[in-house]
Ligand binder design. Structure first.
Ligand SMILES: CC(C)(COP(=O)(O)OP(=O)(O)OC[C@H]1O[C@@H](n2cnc3c(N)ncnc32)[C@H](O)[C@@H]1OP(=O)(O)O)[C@@H](O)C(=O)NCCC(=O)NCCS
Length: 194
């Protein structure tokens, strides 16, 4: 098929789908690895946490539904739409989740999402996972811009973004629905080379 874009893609199509989703080492002895069926109970339990529910309105209700999500995650990788990782200790214990979604290979842009289980918070899990994922995406794969959005009321997420080099670009007014209504959203981004 003839390409209709005048510019070459920032990330080559087929680069990711041609190989299995990688396991990425992160600081604190963490591994970012693809989700496995055995993770379904802990993944489901995350959505019983008030803080995770406060900021994530899309929630699985059953383990069967979690497994469907995992299938969709693996399909996202194969179709080069996104990558979804468990942030786990080397012994396999899951501490959190991080994802890179909305792959736009032409512009080299993707967006980040994460949560950490309540028992694992406050010890750098989110920043370690985000650092490892960002280095891989920007320096190894060739993405140019990674961005993340969070409610202006979510100070913890703002801290993770800022600490990880995702600069605040502005506030999107009334941009996202939450259980308690519409929230203004911060837009943060990290650019390759910054
Ligand atoms: C936001 C969240 C992922 C942070 O995970 P974490 O592993 O505890 O974060 P880290 O330990 O890496 O913290 C990094 C920085 O974030 C900030 N931060 C973390 N928790 C915070 C809190 N409760 N209040 C204010 N700032 C906080 C701090 O600046 C911290 O740096 P410091 O430790 O040097 O002070 C976790 O609290 C969470 O899962 N919350 C619920 C779901 C959620 O908000 N997801 C993101 C939606 S956009």
């Amino acid at each position: 098929m003839t390409r209709e874009l005048s510019t070459p893609p920032a990330v080559s199509f087929g680069l990711l789908s041609g190989s299995p989703q990688p396991v990425l080492p992160a600081a604190q002895g963490l591994l970012l690895r693809p989700w496995e069926q055995a993770d379904a109970p802990v993944f489901l339990s995350a959505y019983q946490d008030d803080e995770i529910c406060r900021w994530h309105t899309r929630r699985p209700r059953t383990e069967a539904r979690v497994l469907e999500w995992f299938d969709a995650y693996h399909q996202d990788w194969r179709s080069e739409k996104g990558g979804h990782w468990a942030a786990a200790r080397k012994d396999g214990e899951v501490l959190g989740r991080i994802a890179l979604r909305g792959f736009d290979f032409n512009d080299g842009v993707a967006d980040v999402s994460y949560w950490v289980l309540p028992t694992a918070r406050g010890r750098g899990v989110a920043t370690s996972a985000l650092a490892a994922l960002s280095t891989w995406a920007l320096d190894e794969i060739g993405f140019h811009r990674l961005y993340l959005e969070h409610s202006t009321r979510n100070h913890a997420s703002c801290g993770v973004a800022t600490k990880s080099g995702y600069l605040l670009e502005g506030t999107q007014c009334s941009a996202a629905m939450h259980d308690d209504g519409r929230h203004d959203m911060h837009l943060h981004a990290r650019i390759r080379g910054d």
